[in-house]
Write a new protein. Structure first.
Length: 537
């Protein structure tokens, strides 16, 4: 006995009616096919895998959607983490261990998204589209692949470049803790030229950053400072209990080479004993605990500036690009060029000379220019500049920098650097203009420590005293008591002596060059006396 009629049986054997234009576009009109193509592209852009669910291989679509939802969940988690704890998010991207799976995930996502777009193009079946629409859809697909997969792939490439630079520059030790609420780092500009024995840091600057607010200060220690002190717990205390005090042969920048060559055993666990000794010396001079160092090879400094696209400064006075010291006695040939006053965007070569030149001026003018260059670099390190030039910056940094700062903590330091941009950079030089010319030869360390404390913890401004209330005659004094006479007006204060006139605006590089050729050092010293004045552009 049959429970189904022959008519029903014949109907079940018919091919399905292809009425769904999304899955079966053959019977659809040309406009519907075009709309279908754009619809599928949009689905793949927003939710990779969804186009396969509605018009292609559902199994592939379901697998792709699982990865898509997982990726969106990670993106949302990253946004929440950025709002709640930005330092932790930055540490994930800068830590060499946690950044590696991020790089691999981004690369896999880039390949997977591109595969979904190509599969979507297959589902669209461009041969069913009109020739003009076929070109538009194909072009749009290429653009979308570049925007999505290209961006993810480039992001993975940048993070990998940063990871390689971080691994080559920074240490892998434990995180540093702030001391008295601040991080104190020693930044040295090292110069190991062919005419020198070992490396000598000619630029010695301590950067102190408030661990909460990011308020930063830089303190320049002149290279020729004598009698540098060490704390009793420093390994150098036993060698130099009275300080590094043997006269001109014991200026502070000689300490690096001295310890590297003669006392490396004092710092058995330090990868760079000379840098560790300079940290102890800077801490003793300033009364601070120095937690880490960054050593910059001045020979490669120009590469970093070029990678940044130049550095903009307001140059205060003429700065010479010194000629060769052919006789090795400090008497240079006439300059090979001049950096002129005014707003300048210095390339790497000129920025290096601007930071190093000290011909016809003293070391303190150079220190001021170095601080100015640092402030200018900091002001230009905005996220857009760093992102667009990140690979070049990372490559330059890995060639010219070494540091004992922990790589796993760089995200926190990067966050502090972003906070620092919202504050003015406080500055102090242990020499002119903040101390007299000979202070670095006979330094008073108690005075230095007090000035450093004032710099880092300035006293709050006192409220102005309230004006005295007018005497109405209703107090204890008799009403007919005559009012006190108004004080006589103070004599005007004597005028301060006029400052020396600034060099004339008609001074030219040719005029200065002729003075140099003539050997007129006195006139050049007068005309260049203001070349330490500088502000970031």
């Amino acid at each position: 006995m049959s429970f189904s009629s022959p008519k029903v049986s014949r109907a079940s054997n018919r091919p399905p009616v292809l009425t769904n234009p999304v899955r079966y576009p053959e019977s659809a009109s040309a406009p519907v096919r075009s709309k279908r193509a754009w619809f599928l592209l949009l689905l793949t852009l927003v939710l990779p895998g969804s186009a396969q669910i509605v018009a292609g291989n559902k199994r592939v679509g379901r697998l792709a959607l699982r990865f898509t939802f997982a990726a969106w969940a990670l993106v949302i988690a990253a946004v929440v983490l950025a709002l709640v704890n930005r330092d932790a998010l930055l540490n994930l991207f800068t830590n060499p261990w946690t950044s590696l799976p991020i790089i691999l995930a981004m690369a896999a996502a880039a390949v997977g998204w591109a595969a979904m777009f190509l599969n979507t193009l297959k589902i669209i079946r461009p041969t069913l589209l009109a020739p003009g629409m076929r070109a538009l859809v194909g072009g749009a697909l290429v653009v979308l692949m570049v925007v999505t997969s290209g961006t993810l792939g480039y992001g993975a490439f940048l993070i990998n470049s940063g990871r390689n630079a971080i691994t080559s520059i920074f240490a892998s030790g434990p995180d540093m803790k702030p001391v008295d609420g601040r991080y104190n780092f020693l930044v040295m500009g090292g110069d190991a030229g062919e005419d020198r024995t070992g490396r000598r840091p000619d630029s010695i600057i301590v950067v102190s950053i408030d661990a909460k607010t990011g308020q930063a200060a830089t303190i320049s220690i002149p290279r020729n400072l004598q009698n540098a002190r060490f704390s009793p717990n420093s390994p150098l205390w036993g060698v130099y209990p009275d300080g590094f005090n043997c006269g001109d042969n014991c200026i502070i920048n000689f300490l690096y080479t001295d310890v590297t060559n003669n006392h490396p055993d004092l710092y058995p666990n330090a990868p760079d004993p000379g840098a560790a000794a300079m940290m102890d010396a800077a801490g003793g001079v300033l009364g601070l605990s120095i937690q880490g160092y960054v050593l910059i090879d001045m020979g490669g400094f120009s590469d970093l500036i070029d990678a940044l696209g130049g550095v903009k400064v307001n140059v205060g006075g003429w700065v010479p690009i010194s000629g060769d010291d052919v006789y090795g006695n400090g008497q240079h040939l006439p300059p090979t060029g001049w950096i002129s006053p005014g707003e300048q965007t210095l390339d790497g070569y000129h920025a290096l000379w601007y930071a190093r030149s000290r011909q016809w001026v003293n070391d303190y003018a150079r220190s001021e220019r170095q601080q100015c260059i640092q402030a200018a670099i900091l002001s230009q390190m905005d996220p857009t500049t760093v992102l667009t030039k990140f690979n070049a910056l990372a490559a330059a940094g890995s060639k010219l920098m070494e540091s004992d700062l922990p790589a796993g903590q760089l995200g926190s330091f990067a966050s502090l650097a972003l906070k620092a941009k919202s504050h003015d950079l406080a500055r102090l030089t242990i020499g002119p203009p903040d101390f007299d010319l000979y202070f670095s030869t006979y330094p008073d360390f108690d005075v230095i420590h007090e000035r450093v404390k004032q710099l880092l913890n300035p006293a709050p401004a006192a409220d102005p005293a309230p004006a005295p209330a007018p005497d109405t005659g209703t107090g204890d004094a008799p009403a007919d008591t005559p009012a006190p006479e108004a004080p006589a007006p103070e004599a005007p204060a004597p005028e301060a002596p006029a400052a020396p006139a600034a060099p004339s605006a008609d001074i030219t590089a040719e005029y200065l060059q002729q003075l140099a050729i003539n050997g007129d050092d006195v006139t050049l010293g007068t005309l260049l006396a203001n070349n330490g004045s500088c502000t970031p552009g």
